[in-house]
Design a protein around this ligand. Sequence first.
Ligand code: DSN
Length: 417
Amino acid sequence: MYTHNLKDFDPEIAKYITLERQRQEDGLEMIPSENFVSPAVLQALGSILTNKYSEGYSGKRYYGGCENIDFVETLAIERAKQLFGAEHVNVQPLSGAPANIAVYSAIMEPGDTILGMDLGHGGHLTHGHPVTWMAKIFNFIRYKTTASGEIDYDNLRAMAKEHKPKVILVGYSAYSRDIDYAKVKTIADEIGAITMADIAHIAGLIAGGQMNNPVPLFDVVTTTTHKTLRGPRGGMIMCKKSLAKQIDKAVFPGFQGGPHEHNIAAKAVAFKEALAPEFKDYAAQIKKNAKILETEFKNRDYKICFGGTDNHLLLIDITPKGLTGKEAQHALDIAGITLNKNMIPDEPRSAMDPSGIRLGTPALTTRGMKENEMKIIASWIDKAIQNWQNETELQKIRAAVREFTKNFPLYPTLPTL
Ligand code: DSN
């Protein structure tokens, strides 16, 4: 039947995969939501499981031939339960946004109120930003952090009492501090609200025992699987048994059709990796590395939002250094260091050209980089920021980065195409 391989049949796509592999290997990946999966995860992801339709859930499918798929999905669920201490898990959400949307539809009626963090203060688009469709359906009220960067739990309580939301939502994509889930739960209990956490960014740190875990306490917790958790690109919902049926129905048939079982298999593999003792070391090193970056940037007078970091990321207001987030991202791209421009709390500029940069350590840590390497990288970032309009200096950093990354091979056992 098929005799062709990718390189022979489609040299254009093969070329760009090869170039992207080289870009990943030669550069310093500091977008805090990115990571490098293991070859085992890649094998599951590229497997023939992609061929199978399996609408429904294990033991209750709408298609024949699901006997192997059922084992794969059940393994993923059982491992996730063990990893986070969850009562019920749904591994079918295609990514974080669909997971959040499915939860909203499962636990709210159109017009219901939900209290979530403002995007500019570290929240996420799907937590009620006006540009989203969900914001047209539900009444999102947005809370903010204080000027010193903490979540203001007293203000959260006051807003909860005033607006009486059906759901209180915590969990953020640019916030660098830990969350007091018990406090949020107490506030929610005072007004009878459902507690929801989106741990997409920090799931790996929670699984590795490095940050507070909301799963035993909260009613429902969503996550992606591809950030600090280091699995394939995908989503997951964990909830109390009492919500299991409505969550499962909201995912399928409510929002999705056939689950992507190759992806679910890859999630299962990643969860097995995260259950291994060495994952705790990995998660601890992510945090240590971020702390070193915090110190290095503070020593160089960088303006760090939220006062510092308790997790894997830093949000920096770069404008006092004389450039915007967009300009910094561009200069660092030339220097071989990838991060993203980002809004800061009460952003005075636009989302496309904001004041901040967001950077993190999960992918660098996967490559085996530690405290000493963080110091070198911080000095390169600083140099690139100081020389952001000097192409020659940026190219010099790029050359040094390329040499440096050779000491941290990314996929030494992965065959080339
Ligand atoms: N795009 C993700 C991030 O970078 O944080 C969130 O969805």
